[in-house]
Design a protein around this ligand. Structure first.
Ligand code: ADP
Length: 217
């Protein structure tokens, strides 16, 4: 079990803190507004009403013991930056900060914050990707344009083999797994015959994976 603090209990902070609780962690929720903190009093390990721009108030909370701190003050740029600066001054490094826009992002990045999140933009990209690639169930970006994707096999290509798909990408995609109900087939060879409703987990460069789109649609 780990111990986290979430500062700013708006929609993003509330969702993050409740999910951390759901995953079995302890969570301290902090908000300047009692109306934001009070509804979570029974649902988080502890809630505190405090102004996170006040360095002394933050110091008293002993946040140095936390395994991670989320600054979820999105709208108020000044409050978010002051709070982040205070946490950095207190020697806290494991920080995740929500940025409202690109100026906010640039300043956080200059302050040395490595985990900067843009929930609306990131979700917008995910929704657009899902609409554009309906066969993709989920994906993880690994950086350098490389992705792990989980795709559905439809009836259209259910009689084809793994080799057929691999060939369509010029052998540049790595097929990690075929999931068939609860069965898992790791690193299937080229003769492996796909079935309708299989899930394929692949890794490859984005432009290579895109070549599979017309086949899988
Ligand atoms: P969301 O879009 O996720 O709802 P908001 O920016 O609307 O995010 O909400 C941020 C939360 O941060 C609000 O509940 C607000 O009361 C809180 N907040 C703003 N300034 C401070 C501060 N100085 N200290 C602590 N909490 C703050």
């Amino acid at each position: 079990m780990a111990y986290f603090a979430v500062i700013g209990l708006g929609r993003f902070g509330t969702t993050t803190s409740l999910e951390l609780m759901h995953l079995g962690n302890e969570v301290l929720g902090i908000d300047i507004d009692p109306k934001a903190a009070e509804p979570l009093a029974e649902r988080l390990s502890q809630t505190i009403i405090a102004d996170a721009t006040d360095e002394r108030a933050l110091k008293e909370l002993n946040l140095g013991n936390c395994d991670g701190i989320v600054v979820a003050i999105g709208e108020d740029l000044q409050a978010s930056l002051l709070c982040t600066l205070n946490l950095l001054n207190l020697g806290i490094r494991c920080l995740w900060v929500k940025a409202g826009d690109s100026a906010h992002h640039s300043i956080l990045s200059k302050l040395g914050v490595r985990n900067i999140v843009h929930p609306e933009e990131e979700m917008g990209i995910r929704v657009a990707q899902s609409l554009n690639y309906p066969m993709v169930n989920s994906y993880i970006g690994l950086g350098h344009n490389t992705y792990i994707v989980d795709v559905n096999i439809t009836e259209k290509i259910s009689s084809k083999t793994v080799g057929h798909l691999r060939k369509a990408t010029g052998n540049q995609v790595n097929i990690l797994l075929v999931k068939r109900d609860i069965e898992m087939f790791h690193h299937p060879d080229d003769n492996f015959a796909l079935q309708n409703k299989d899930h394929l987990v692949l890794v490859g460069a984005r432009d290579v994976l895109t070549k599979l789109g017309p086949l899988l649609k």
